[in-house]
Design a binder for this molecule. Sequence first.
Ligand SMILES: *Cc1c(COP(=O)(O)O)cnc(C)c1O
Length: 277
Amino acid sequence: LVSERLPALGWRGHLAFPDEMEALDGVLSAGFGVVIIETPGNPDLAVLDIGAVAEAAHRAGALLVVDSTFASPVNQNPLALGADLVVHSATKYLGGHSDLTAGAVMGPAALLEPVAGWRKTLGQTPSPETAALLARSLRTLDVRMQRHNANAQRIAEAMANHPAVRQVHYPGLPDHPDHALARRQMRAFGGMLSLTLEGDAAGAMAMVDALELFLNAPSLGGVESLVTQPVMTSHADLDERERARRGIGETMVRLSVGLEDADDLIADLEQALARAG
Ligand SMILES: *Cc1c(COP(=O)(O)O)cnc(C)c1O
């Protein structure tokens, strides 16, 4: 969207790297109107300081939009931290059962009014069936998130001590680089985590193939646990240098932790790591 589609419409965009966040005022001095961030981020679970980015955006006269999909509204409320708009892929935790596609945007009425106009004109309106499924799913969002949070924390702690795992990317672990910030701005840390495995790409692929409970499939946030390799899926379009700058290695494996029994999930990861050698 930012590198190809918007420029084709005459809009200027800049796709910032995580290491540019420190110097955000300089980046924004080029005169951008909107800053869009995702936190926690896919797939490295990096956490950005929503309040600090909101201040920088506002200093530059820009709005801050936060994609809060990975956290869900149960774990994080960016509007309370200074964001102007929040977006969620309702396809993920809000729907929660991998059976609908929808989105949500939240904010003050004055900012939502033009969005509603565009939505009506462009037809981004869910069907009644989708809306009914989403309404039913929202009634269990809080209890589902509690289980996603607890399961992911258990798995992160188990994998942090596994000799075949070089690094666990989960903001709920005390040694995650953004743990202190995550504790300040999140209530809990969510059901998404990534592992950087020892070994090579073929070993990572063998491990993913050996999993029996984690289904190798895209999307996230549903009742069932899923596994993906970011270099083969969400980040396949990035070249190698850009992936390296974003810390996405060829042995990175992303987990969407579902609502199954945590011991069963940990046992599945352990048997897959053993079988893949
Ligand atoms: C999946 C996802 C999207 C896209 O949402 P769709 O509902 O699939 O269109 C946007 N942001 C994040 C963080 C996502 O995980």
